[in-house]
Design a protein around this ligand. Structure first.
Ligand code: HEM
Length: 299
């Protein structure tokens, strides 16, 4: 069984939708670099000129009919810079739940072998974390995410290390984080229990008619001993950071169907940025391609 099969087993088949992050919406955006990254990477979209981008916000559920509020929900912010084309895919959790693709498959199977909401499924999660203690941090974070006021008030992390190649050829490990310029704002979970699927997508679309929405791209540099191959492990908060630029979300894209069909592939990089030695990051390329192949075939 592949990870994509396991995802289908977890959420059921919803033809044409993504296997996970099924319900989302795409927005036109513009990224304006601050200039601070130019000393560390030759990546063209991070140097000086503004570049257009497409952003897809989503609820992580594989079932597009899952409610949007009431409980902690993992959410996504996938950014496709258009010139040059390169993708940056992030979640509202700082670290990932599995340190290798094989462990992610184990975890997904452990969950789906038991009925949703059952005591047995809860026990399977505990057994997985006991066997893989490095995963505890992400589970803890995911279980305690507050319900946000808006997609405009969430912090998102790309989790993996990437390599920046500078103008003089120097390589540095970095991690990305999107900070909402509106600040972090949450609601009481009980006040959001009646939210319909896609509630926060509608909220964001409405908000854009009233106020600008933007995020600052923070880039953290690794210390010499920081793990680069394990997305379950954060780097210490005191590592140096720069503000690489500001992403302004403008309006929903005119051709929602076209952009929703598109893949946001975290391994689609550009000159000046390379994959790190993280095996989960490398694995995502084939998983996203397979997920896309199935949904494009109407499955
Ligand atoms: C073994 C690890 C992972 C696997 C197998 C996996 C698999 C997938 C698949 C199959 C999709 C649907 C792709 C499509 O149909 O276009 C997806 C979407 C997504 N994943 Fe992952 N994923 C993994 C790790 C991660 C990590 C580490 C993050 C974030 C740091 C992440 C964030 C997202 C987001 C935001 C989407 C929605 C993208 C969009 O809006 O198009 N995933 N994932």
């Amino acid at each position: 069984m592949t990870v994509v099969d396991a995802m289908e087993r977890m959420s059921g088949l919803h033809p044409g939708f993504r296997r996970t992050h099924a319900l989302g919406r795409c927005y036109d955006a513009v990224f304006t670099p601050s200039g601070a990254a130019a000393a560390y990477t030759t990546a063209a979209h991070l140097r000086s000129e503004p570049t257009p981008a497409i952003v897809r916000y989503s609820n992580t559920a594989g079932d597009p009919a899952e409610p949007d509020g009431g409980t902690p929900v993992v959410r996504g912010m996938a950014v496709k810079f258009l010139s040059p084309e390169t993708d940056l895919v992030s979640l509202n959790v700082p670290v990932f739940m599995a340190s290798t693709p094989a462990k992610f498959l184990d975890m997904t199977r452990a969950l789906t072998d038991q009925p949703k909401g059952s005591r047995q499924r809860a026990d399977a999660v505990i057994a997985f974390i006991t066997a893989n203690p490095e995963s505890a941090h992400a589970f803890q974070e995911a279980a305690t995410i507050p319900v946000p006021e808006s997609y405009a008030t969430i912090r998102f992390w790309a989790q993996h290390a990437f390599v920046w190649v500078g103008p003089d050829g120097t390589c540095r490990f970095v991690r990305y984080r999107w900070e909402p310029d509106a600040g972090l704002r949450h609601l009481r979970a009980e006040d959001t229990a009646d939210w319909v699927p896609g509630h926060l997508l509608d909220e964001l679309t409405d908000r854009l008619g009233r106020a600008p929405v933007s995020f600052t791209l923070k880039v953290q540099f690794a210390g010499p001993e920081d793990p680069t191959a394990d997305p379950t492990q954060p780097w210490p908060d005191d590592r140096p950071e720069i503000d690489a630029g500001r992403l302004e979300i403008v309006k929903p894209v005119a051709d929602q169907e076209f952009w929703d069909r598109t893949v946001f592939d975290p391994t689609r990089l550009t000159d000046g940025i390379e994959l790190s030695d993280d095996p989960v990051l490398a694995y995502r390329k084939q998983a996203y391609a397979e997920g896309h192949r199935r949904r494009a075939a109407g499955r």
